[in-house]
Design a binder for this molecule. Structure first.
Ligand SMILES: NC(=O)c1ccc[n+]([C@@H]2O[C@H](COP(=O)([O-])OP(=O)(O)OC[C@H]3O[C@@H](n4cnc5c(N)ncnc54)[C@H](O)[C@@H]3O)[C@@H](O)[C@H]2O)c1
Ligand SMILES: O=P(O)(O)OC[C@H](O)CO
Length: 378
């Protein structure tokens, strides 16, 4: 049984897949997504900006620069010409790092066919403006439906066809709700879905985007603590607080807290905070071990979204007046020269409060708390 029919049976209707999928960005994740589109039976094009890489990809059928040694399905069409890659395509997956999104959307302007949805697969918030990537794309590509694909996905594992599940989020129009099988989210799910790749549909684009941006910052925190010699209790607390920070920011921006408990939130946070395969966790680990930033990753330029996004997440939180203590700590260590151990010691030294936060019981002065409890009991 194909993944597509399973999805149909579970309530999305028989959504018609897009015939052609164009992936923009021939790095690790772009290549993995192209592999999944091809395995799902789509005509699959992938555009990359480096001509030699595209030529090597065409020649070998692999992308050894980003996914060394990984066998890819036959028939992926690597392209160095953007116009050619987008001509007549059914949908676009945009998979370049978040900091290049506005520039990349500018290049796509006028080339994306009318009606083709654009799916953002990078994780981040725009530096300087604090805008979600979907807001940036909507500004740069007016008239196109914008969505996001996110979740716990190490590119190499996905490309190697290990079972993977993701969230595909779009804002649903009234027409989408009346006829879900025609909705871009459903059509994309059937375009990419297979027995090893399960896209789940969500209508909470904000919640999914916020989760993806924040989890990388939290993963750096977990890496830092582990690198500095702390252990599992500490990491579990950071993951829990990180989840709460995602919920707080998502809700403040109009997203839903429960979205954060799904694949794009809990799923991705668990993955990224648990494994040095994550570049974000690995950066934290190296910094925690005292390795200078310039020497991390052996001095190689590596995409670490949480490093730049610590600034954008923090700025945004300050602007809208929400507190994200772990994100703040990571920001201060990375960008303000704060001492790592002292900053984390301060995190543990915050006033004691109730859990869940809604209880809002300040326990910083135990005698007051006791007094309150006695009054409440009278
Ligand atoms: N690698 C993963 O496991 C993974 C999984 C899920 C999501 N992501 C997200 O996908 C995004 C891309 O990550 P990646 O792992 O593919 O990175 P990567 O370093 O493997 O590849 C990045 C690609 O983008 C291209 N690129 C960089 N700047 C560009 C620009 N200004 N214009 C055009 N192309 C540009 C590079 O040439 C390269 O092909 C990130 O936001 C990341 O968080 C990555
Ligand atoms: O290697 P990272 O830290 O960028 O994480 C990759 C993906 O986002 C994991 O879902």
């Amino acid at each position: 049984m194909s993944g597509a029919s399973e999805i149909g049976e579970s309530g999305l209707g028989q959504a018609r897949p897009y015939d052609t999928v164009t992936v923009i960005g021939a790095g690790a994740w772009g290549t993995a997504l192209a592999a999944m589109a091809r395995r799902a039976g789509r005509t699959t094009r992938i555009w990359g900006r480096t001509r030699e890489d595209i030529e090597a990809f065409s020649r070998t059928g692999r992308n050894d620069r980003y996914l060394n040694g990984v066998a890819l399905p036959e028939g992926i069409e690597p392209m160095a010409d953007l116009e050619e890659a987008l001509a007549g395509t059914g949908c676009v997956l945009l998979v370049t790092p978040s900091r290049s999104l506005r520039e990349m959307c500018g290049k796509l302007k006028g080339l994306v066919p009318e009606g083709a949805p654009v799916v953002l697969c990078a994780k981040g918030i725009e530096q300087g403006t604090g805008k979600l990537l979907s807001e940036v794309a909507a500004e740069e590509l007016p008239g196109h439906v914008i969505g996001a694909l996110s979740g716990p996905t190490f590119a190499r594992e996905t490309a190697m066809n290990h079972p993977t599940a993701v969230t595909l989020a779009f804002e649903f129009t009234p027409a989408d709700r009346r006829e879900p099988s025609q909705a871009p989210a459903s059509r994309l799910a059937t375009s990419l879905g297979s027995n090893t790749f399960r896209p789940y549909i969500s209508d909470d684009l904000t919640g999914v985007e916020v989760a993806g941006a924040v989890k990388n910052v939290i993963a750096i925190a977990c890496g830092m603590m582990t690198g500095a010699g702390y252990a599992e209790n500490t990491r579990a607390a950071l993951i829990t607080w990180g989840l709460d920070e995602m919920k707080t920011l998502a809700e403040a921006l109009g997203g839903r807290r429960e979205t954060v408990t799904g694949l794009a939130g809990t799923g991705d946070l668990t993955l990224t905070c648990s494994s040095p395969t994550s570049r974000n966790m690995k950066l934290g680990l190296q910094l925690g071990q005292g390795i200078p930033r310039a020497e991390c990753f052996g001095g190689q330029d590596t995409v670490v979204e949480g490093e730049v996004n610590a600034v954008s997440v923090n700025d945004l939180a300050e602007r809208i007046g929400v507190e994200l203590p772990v994100c703040r700590a990571v920001h201060d260590i990375l960008h303000e020269g704060a001492d790592l151990r002292q900053t984390f010691t301060d995190l543990w030294g915050r006033p004691l409060v109730g859990e869940p936060k809604a209880l809002n019981v300040a326990l910083d002065h135990p005698s007051q708390a006791l007094e309150r409890a006695m009054k409440a009991a009278q």
